[in-house]
Ligand binder design. Structure first.
Ligand SMILES: Cc1cc2nc3c(=O)[nH]c(=O)nc-3n(C[C@H](O)[C@H](O)[C@H](O)COP(=O)(O)OP(=O)(O)OC[C@H]3O[C@@H](n4cnc5c(N)ncnc54)[C@H](O)[C@@H]3O)c2cc1C
Length: 413
């Protein structure tokens, strides 16, 4: 049995967090790990894993307890996601998109301003989505990216929703849509375009759950990437898709309020790569000790070069873990500029250190360790994807951090 990624006593986890992370770790080790190589080899969606997660409650991790879910908050989600990420990056990354659909509409939305009538309407609608998940095992995805500046938060989404009586008609295209063809509902971000209004404005962003089989929805293109192959992130096309008012995952305007007041919501991809970094380190230690199952028990730990490499990997891992844990712990509404800067630094450190640790693991363990019969080469390829993920890519984190450290609000040159 793997040791906890964050020891409950050392990191002072709550009893609920300790129990949820133990559940995720046990499930990851027993169910996800043995299957991980096959999704990767075939670039196939892990449907069987989702069936098992529906059975053990993990699909409802962040659905409030009052609604029948496990009631995990932001930090508990992050810790559980990191544990899953150790065992199957692609399953954990797609599960992140599903669970965040419930976290953002649940605990996170509860921190935002809404007048009482709007909050009641939001609660009634989200209950419908939660019921689908808990009772029917429905899976939600989060296809936001379009290949332009919108997913980076720099422009309005080009996918548009035209209001019609009882809902909208949606037209657009989403690239890198993880779970394409496999989620039951695509939770898209789009821009409401009212008659005669132009240009599109980010203020009019809508967050809508479009049923997979709605007329006008199609999945196109190939999926044969370097890593995270089981995510099946093909292109989604929406052609004048009729969508009812009940599809709104958030009321109009609420997503933009969330993005500006609860920016740690964009840190939610990082746990998966925190888990991958730990897995690459754990593999290296086991390999050098001659303890990898299926391999001859040859020890390589006595060489000084290996010891130095492991020490440096461990330092990079501890740096990422400590900073990430602090950022995850202080996530909440209206963070200070320093807290937002720390969140960017944490995201950058996890994504870049995961890739660096996995690369170092390959070099340190050597040729036999990068065979496809072992998980390390998959960890290496999956780890490389973290820095590319919008809206907080490694480059964008550096970009924003540098600017924000040097300019106070409102300052220009
Ligand atoms: C395995 C995997 C799964 C994914 N799943 C999903 C998903 O489910 N949903 C989803 O919405 N997306 C998903 N993505 C998409 C991901 O978040 C990126 O949007 C995607 O990689 C698009 O890349 P691009 O080349 O079009 O990025 P571009 O927009 O061309 O950006 C390239 C790089 O330029 C930099 N850049 C971009 N905009 C700016 C700017 N305004 N200022 C400064 N620098 C900038 C960034 O560093 C960025 O990485 C996934 C990606 C991967 C790799």
């Amino acid at each position: 049995m793997a040791e906890p990624l964050f020891d409950p006593a050392a990191f002072r986890l709550t009893p609920e967090e300790a129990a949820l992370t133990a559940k995720a770790r046990e499930f990851g080790e027993a169910v996800l790990a043995p299957r991980a190589a096959s999704w990767d080899r075939e670039a196939r969606f892990p449907t069987e894993n989702y069936r098992d997660m529906a059975g053990n409650g993990l699909l409802g991790l962040c659905i409030p307890r009052a609604e029948g879910g496990l009631g995990a908050g932001f930090r508990a989600y992050c810790l559980a996601a990191a544990e899953l990420g150790r065992f199957c990056g692609a399953t954990a990354l797609t599960w992140n998109m599903h669970v965040c659909s419930t976290l953002w509409t649940g605990a996170l939305s509860d921190d935002l301003e809404m007048d009482p009538a709007l909050r009641d309407a939001h609660h009634a609608r989200r209950r419908l989505h939660y019921r689908r998940i808990l009772e029917e095992g429905a899976v939600y995805s989060q296809p936001f990216s379009e290949g332009g500046a919108a997913a980076a938060g720099a422009a309005a989404f080009g996918t548009v929703a035209r209001p019609v009586p009882g809902g909208w008609r949606v037209t657009g295209r989403k690239i890198f849509a993880s779970l394409a063809g496999h989620a039951d509902y695509y939770g898209i971000l789009c821009t409401e375009q009212r008659e005669g209004e132009a240009p599109l404005s980010r203020r009019d962003t809508l967050y809508l759950a479009i049923p997979r089989d709605a007329p006008g929805v199609s999945v196109v293109g190939e999926w044969d990437p370097l890593g995270m192959r089981g995510t099946v992130s093909r292109t989604l096309v929406f052609e004048d898709v009729p969508v009812g008012a009940e599809a709104a995952l958030m009321p109009p305007g609420l997503y933009m309020q969330a993005a500006s007041r609860w920016p740690h919501m964009f840190l939610t991809l990082s746990p998966i790569y925190m888990g991958i970094a730990q897995a690459a380190y754990d593999f290296t230690v086991a390999y050098l000790r001659g303890e990898v199952p299926g391999m001859p028990p040859v020890k390589r730990r006595m060489y000084a070069t290996k010891q130095i490499a492991v020490a440096e990997m461990r330092i990079a891992l501890e740096q990422a873990k400590a900073l990430w844990f602090q950022a995850v712990t202080e996530a909440g509404p209206d963070p200070s500029p320093e807290q937002v800067q720390r969140a960017w630094a944490a995201q950058y450190s996890v994504m870049e250190n995961a890739a660096a640790i996995a690369a170092r693991a390959v070099r340190t363990c050597g040729g036999q360790a990068m065979l496809k019969s072992l998980p390390l080469e998959r960890l290496y390829r999956d780890a490389r994807c973290g820095s590319l993920m919008l809206p907080w890519t490694a480059e964008l984190c550096v970009d924003r951090l540098g600017r924000d450290c040097l300019y106070k609000k409102g300052e220009t040159d």
